[in-house]
Design a protein around this ligand. Structure first.
Ligand code: ADP
Length: 397
């Protein structure tokens, strides 16, 4: 009787032990599962954070960046890339050719199948406006040296190209402007040497042509020096209060003889305002505009300089003539270097084509702006703004 009871007791004890172990094991398993889940969650969080940081980093780049997978499909395209190509829809999973329709780029990706790097390629985008892009590409290789993707970086070279073209145009224009008076001088000298020097009347005529053209060369060189000084950005303005009425009068005095020769009346309507400007540079601006007004205005006409306070603490100064005026399509281009409305008419009275460009540079370096208004046949008005002198504000009416 005792043995079965003991056996029963042992079995019960074993069952309790087994049950306790199972419960413990289950608890341990559940804890481990929770920990694994927590770790997975943390890992997912870290991955998302890394991805967000990476995207923010790529999107903050000025250069366009695109990453392709081993089949040439877009994995990642940053904001600059989307902007450069004017893309708005999601381009991921598409090939570059599908996304951009640019064969040169597709060829570049093919080239990266055989080369590890392709550097300094230039691509021209004809639409909507002409743009130039510099492209650098590299194959992404794994540990075994097998290609598993491609990365392409794009730089916008349009501004650089434009500057390069402007420089080329400028050099071409300067050479052209210098060549004309020089060949005239050379022609005269040759004719004089060939015998014209022996005839005093003829010789005097050729010498006057030489003198006139040498003068043109001097003016051109002087204007070129001023332009290059202004464009160098090294010009220091000697800003001070400048009373408008008296500075206009001073410039009028310089042009008195010229105006009298053309029977042009000079009228100073500038009020007792003072502007904050470099007096020498302001005289240069007024001089160029008054010179043009006399040169292109009407014989027996009138040139008027006026001024009035404008918005934002500025003064608007105007130089008006009653000459033939300007065609509307020329108004935007007048301030470009070497732009002339009537080429023959401008060169004849000694124009260099740089006067208004100098005016624009000086006015802008004072923080002002310049523009022209005109009605063909009814004269032209050139206006510019300069800061009102605040210190002299109490004296300004
Ligand atoms: P330029 O040395 O030839 O005078 P500017 O830059 O001063 O060069 O002027 C550019 C062109 O603008 C001139 O060639 C002329 O055709 C035109 N222009 C300038 N001022 C006037 C004006 N007051 N009336 C008519 N045309 C003008």
């Amino acid at each position: 009787m005792l043995i079965p009871a003991l056996l029963l007791l042992a079995l019960a004890a074993l069952a309790v032990l087994h049950w306790t172990r199972r419960a413990k094991w289950a608890r341990a398993q559940s804890t481990a599962r929770t920990e694994i889940e927590t770790l997975k969650e943390a890992h997912r969080g870290a991955l998302t954070q890394l991805q967000t940081q990476q995207e923010a980093l790529f999107d903050s780049m000025v250069e366009g960046l695109v990453v392709l997978d081993e089949r040439g499909r877009i994995l990642l395209a940053n904001r600059a890339f989307m902007d450069l190509f004017g893309l708005t829809a999601d381009v991921r999973s598409r090939t570059l050719l599908e996304a951009l329709r640019l064969h040169e780029l597709a060829e570049l990706v093919d080239l990266l199948g055989t080369q590890k790097q392709v550097l300094g390629r230039q691509v021209r985008l004809p639409h909507p406006a002409e743009r130039w892009l510099g492209v650098n590409g590299a194959a992404l290789l794994n540990d075994l040296g097998r290609r598993h993707g491609t990365v392409l970086v794009f730089h916008d070279l349009t501004r650089l190209k434009q500057l390069e073209n402007t420089r080329k145009d400028f050099v071409a224009n300067v050479s052209h402007e210098l060549r004309t008076p020089l060949s005239l001088i050379q022609g005269c000298v040759e004719t004089l040497l060939d015998g014209a020097k022996d005839n005093p009347e003829v010789a005097a005529k050729f010498l006057r042509t030489i003198e006139r053209n040498a003068g043109r060369l001097r003016l051109l060189i002087e204007d070129l020096l001023v332009i290059s000084e202004l464009e160098s950005g090294r010009v220091k303005l000697d800003l001070q209060p400048v009373p408008l009425h008296s500075v206009v009068q001073k410039v009028f005095d310089d042009f008195k003889a010229r105006a009298e020769a053309g029977k042009v009346r000079l009228s100073n309507e500038a009020p007792g305002l003072a502007v904050r400007a470099d007096p020498g540079r302001l005289e240069q601006v007024l001089g160029n505009l008054i010179d043009n007004a006399i040169k292109y205005g009407r014989a027996d006409g009138q040139v008027t300089v006026g001024a009035c306070p404008a918005e934002g603490g500025q003064v608007e100064i105007s130089v008006r003539d009653d000459g033939p005026g300007l065609p509307p399509e020329s108004l935007e281009r007048l301030f470009e270097r070497f732009y002339r409305v009537d080429k023959a008419r401008s060169r004849e009275p000694g124009g260099t084509g740089l006067g208004l460009s100098i005016v624009k540079h000086i006015v802008q370096s004072h923080g002002g702006r310049v523009w022209a208004t005109s009605q063909l046949g009814h004269g032209a008005t050139f206006c510019f703004t300069l800061p009102l002198d605040v210190d002299a504000g109490s004296k300004n009416p």
